[in-house]
Design a protein around this ligand. Structure first.
Ligand code: URA
Length: 436
């Protein structure tokens, strides 16, 4: 590094703002290792405690983006627009949204993540489709994008490598919850995709990074401002993650829900959020004059089976077994499936997404350690949702597990996460705010 690392860290510690040159030097030190682990941890903590100015956040983001390859899809004439969610439970929207937008003539180059903590990841869900691969060269990624309108890639060392080291250090140093660090982490990877625009789905509620609405709003504003400063179009929705999205939680089970949704059987909340985000993407792409027209276009493409066909094309290009579309049983199934029954009559008064997310991780559907293998088949399928009326003995959910013992333990945990009471509770609005 050109600068003395300890002096830069002390400057941030004392509340100073780092210059473009200083931040670029720090990121170079992250990548070439001249910034040691202790120094990186101290730097991250100083940012966590003192924050960053909007200019610093933008500079850090661009330096992290430029730490690896920045893709260019200029050979594709369509607008390149992506969506990113800050993470939730049961959130399989990307699997539907990418083919939906591709069907509408937008190119979607999607670099997605693996599951993180109790939240699922698109890459893990896709990995449950036999043969499907998200590991490919950047050149192949561009080809798939060109041929079917969307492509799904797992992050590799080539894309924003600075974020890899920074993220894993944050994970073990109590520095995940920082708006400038979350913003630069997310946007450095997204900007490297070579996109013209990005729609952010910023979650708030119990199963999201930001439990409180005002924190989520601050994150949303930071993401939108930083993305715009980096030269792409941005819009964002603030959406509810106080309850799971859809009915399935767990990788293959969520793919099963997506396959049914492509055939027209989609839980209302999943369809509503997918269309709401899709409308924002079409508007960013200038592919519709207004929100109503965008929604009508997307609805028609979905209902007419065009989206299913694009999904099939992508499966074929990324090595997936296309037969799953007609025979979803090819996804496989956990050996033990047990029902969770209502212990009394009344109404479902809560469906705690955090508790259910933890149950799925405990079943083996998520990771405790970065190198853990994920069991694609385990998870939970809800039969009842918030506010539904139930009678004693009704099945409120199914647990899919690899052992009978795990199934029974988890069934008990699911029962506790779905209390039944006398009052009918209604879910709050799914989309709380829009920033465009
Ligand atoms: N997702 C990321 O990629 N980075 C964060 O910091 C948080 C969520």
């Amino acid at each position: 590094m050109k600068h003395h690392p300890a002096r830069l860290i002390a400057k941030k510690r004392d509340g100073g703002a780092l210059s473009v040159d200083e931040l670029q030097d720090l990121v170079a030190g992250v990548v070439d290792g001249t910034l040691g682990d202790a120094q990186l941890g101290a730097f991250l903590m100083s940012v966590c405690c003192n924050g960053m100015t909007p200019e610093e956040t933008a500079t850090l983001t661009l330096a992290m983006r430029d730490s690896g390859c920045v893709l260019n899809h200029d050979h594709i004439k369509k607008k390149k627009i992506d969506k990113h969610s800050t993470g939730g439970v049961g959130d399989k929207v990307s699997l539907l949204l990418a083919p939906l937008l591709a069907a509408a003539g937008v190119a979607v180059p999607m670099v997605s993540g693996r599951g993180l903590g109790h939240t699922g990841g698109t890459i893990d869900k896709l990995a449950s489709i036999p043969g499907y691969s998200t590991d490919m060269s950047l050149e192949r990624f561009g080809e798939v994008l060109d041929q079917c309108g969307y492509a799904m890639l797992s992050p590799s060392g080539e894309i924003a490598p600075a974020d890899r080291r920074m993220y894993s250090t944050r994970d073990i140093s109590g520095t995940v919850e920082s708006i400038p660090l979350i913003t630069s982490s997310i946007l450095s990877k997204k900007l490297a995709e070579g996109i013209d625009g990005l729609v952010m789905d910023v979650k708030f509620g119990r199963a999201s990074f930001m439990r409180e609405e005002h924190d989520a709003v601050a994150l949303m504003e930071g993401l939108v401002a930083t993305g715009r400063a980096a030269g792409i179009q941005m819009s964002a929705l603030l959406t509810d993650m106080d309850h799971p999205l859809g009915l399935a939680i767990g990788n293959a089970l969520e793919v099963l829900e997506v396959l049914a949704a492509l055939d027209g059987e989609c839980p209302d909340d999943l369809r509503e959020l997918t269309l709401a985000l899709g409308v924002e993407m079409l508007l960013l792409a200038d592919a519709a004059p207004d929100a109503d027209t965008a929604r009508a276009t997307l609805t028609r493409l979905w209902d007419d089976g065009v989206v299913r066909q694009v999904f099939r094309d992508n499966l074929e290009l990324q090595g997936g077994d296309v037969r799953v579309l007609d025979d979803p049983s090819l996804l496989g199934r956990a050996p033990h499936v047990v029902p969770v029954e209502a212990m009394r009559s009344g109404f479902v008064t809560d469906v705690d997404p955090l508790a259910l997310g933890h149950v799925v991780v405990d079943l083996g559907g998520g990771r405790r350690q970065p190198n853990d293998q994920v069991d694609p088949h385990v998870g939970i399928v809800l039969r009842k949702v918030l506010g539904d009326e139930v009678h004693t003995g009704d099945v409120i959910a199914f647990v899919h597990a690899s052992t009978d013992l795990a199934a029974r333990d988890s069934a008990h945990a699911v029962m506790l996460a779905m209390p039944i009471g006398d009052e009918r509770v209604r879910r709050r609005a799914l989309v709380k705010q829009r920033l465009a």
